[in-house]
Design a protein around this ligand. Sequence first.
Ligand code: UDP
Length: 370
Amino acid sequence: MFDYLIVGAGLFGATCARELTDAGKTCLVIDKRPHIAGNVYTEQIERIHVHKYGAHIFHTNNKQVWDYVQRFATFNRFTNSPVADYHGELYSLPFNMYTFNKMWGVVMPEEAAAKIEKQRKAAGITEPKNLEEQAISLVGTDIYEKLIKGYTQKQWGRPCNELPAFIIKRLPVRLTFDNNYFNALYQGIPIGGYTKMVANMLDGIGVQLGVDYLADKAKWDGMAEKVIFTGPIDAYFNYCLGNLEYRSVRFETEVLNKPNFQGNAAVNYTDAETPWTRIIEHKWFEFGKDENGNDLPKTVISREFSSEWKPGDEPYYPVNDEKNSNLYQAYKALAEKKPKVIFGGRLGEYKYYDMDQVIAAALKKVNELV
Ligand code: UDP
């Protein structure tokens, strides 16, 4: 008999397992997949750490979380500066003076601000009610049309005026020449890969992989006093109220026999016609070098294709629109009637969490528990 059964070996599960174990509780971690680390899992191909479930760049303003992860990995100095490709025209991201200069030829911040203000006024938006209005009021119609509209509709499979405004607020808008995608004090990629970091978090803790909790819930539940469930909350309840919508991602990964494909870790294809949303070239997360500092003769790229989740697919992004948020609240009410089970993480809480937020939420949860 364990104190805790932890379902899911991703960041929420691993943080809970570490903290509960260190607080003297016994834990068993199980995962459906044949590996630990959930969607932050990295795998070495051609001496490159490939982000198998999409690019993960650790960034945070939370000093407690940053100090916490330092215990399990050393982070490199990677700064995310994606490039947007709109029909072969390249723009800097996030939206900054390089972007505005290329778009409008403006040189000074005041000129850029005036240009945005003029387009915002022309669009007549006072209080943005959806992603489209929010985007136009932040950066104007030109940037919305070229760098946001197509990308967002491919990514979410919904028109921009039917999406919540908060999604676009993830992106900074700057009247400076700062290409850092994130407004975070701390940023980097764990040297040696995320899988190694999560393995360090789980050091000394029992883990069983390739086992499906939901297929034999009664058996697993009988093994512990409490359960921490980090899978999809609607799947836990067998979709009894209907399924929550998620976006799934399909990756086409290729090894190329050349040292450099696109010269950057991330290039976003922001037009509506290109079928993929972005291409990740994994070696640039580590400056094109292996762990011993040697140049790598080959490169690995992944094209990302976004699709609507259907049963059997991997869920990646919760669709936090009104309809789904209401359905989630109904599932949450069911969850509250299950005192033995704690739901957490991006899928357990149906929340577009970043990695640092997941760790912070897990630390808080454990604090409440012990
Ligand atoms: N986005 C966009 N154009 C871009 C990059 C992002 O319009 O080139 C929008 C899009 O709606 C996306 C959101 O900004 O869903 C958040 O982007 P982020 O890069 O934070 O998404 P993630 O890396 O989590 O997929």
